[in-house]
Design a protein around this ligand. Sequence first.
Ligand code: HXC
Length: 257
Amino acid sequence: MDYRNIIVETRDRVGLIRFNRPQQLNALNGAIMEELVAAAEDFDKSDAIGAIVITGDERAFAAGADIKEMAEASAVEMLTADRISLWDRLRKVRKVIIAAVSGFCLGGGCELAMACDMIVASESAKFGQPEINLGVIPGAGGTQRLTRAVGKAIAMEVVLNGRFLSAEEAYRFGLCNRVAPVEQYLGEALRLANEIAARAPLAVRFGKEAVNNAFENFLADGLADERRAFYFLFSTDDQKEGMKAFIDKRKPEWKGR
Ligand code: HXC
């Protein structure tokens, strides 16, 4: 595949995937997600690779799904295109995936980081699910994985009131594995990934699967409900207003319909 929105490299036994839409704060459009999934699947198949690191840049891991791409979509269009089903392929990757997160890690970006097996954050990382400001809710696992990671109280504030979590809070609440200075977070993630890549491959594979089983009981039902609600919200005036207001750089006016 010819990659235009990501940069794919190898570092020792680690496959490194970097988002490359810096002007849009690495907003996740359809193309970037397709490339990401293809690159992760390729690394998964390669014997030379033992683990995968996904990262953005210092300013943003990813500021969410691309609002401009979906602002005008109807619920039926969202449901029929079912773009989020692409994410199911990432869940099937057997090798360990570590998200190296700096700066904005919001909306779909935060959901993507949480869909990885571990998160290494820089001190500047900001985690959040600000979909509520757009008149919608998370659609790719945010309500499910965040709640399991940090518990109900914090998850409610993040999902319902757009609260951002600092790197230090994310660490304290159990969302990320470690926090490193901005100059070191990627090196730290690569080091951790290389350590895991040096371990017994089959034991790592089954260990990942077993931990995910503990974590993901009932996750499939939760993901399906969340996805339906997210698509449904594209039939509301508030979603149109919320996304248009973001693009117009003004405050949205909510109508409750
Ligand atoms: C499209 C985006 C974007 C996004 C930023 N940009 N986030 N474009 N989709 N999610 C664009 C801006 O429009 C702007 O483009 C450029 O990136 C720089 O952003 P600024 O807003 O100028 O930067 P700043 O003032 O530093 O503010 C940073 C920010 C803000 C706080 C992260 O950009 C922001 O609030 N972004 C949206 C975050 C969000 O709501 N995410 C959730 C999306 S919904 P121009 O052209 O003006 O320079 C979602 C649902 C997931 O993720 C569902 C499952 C997949």
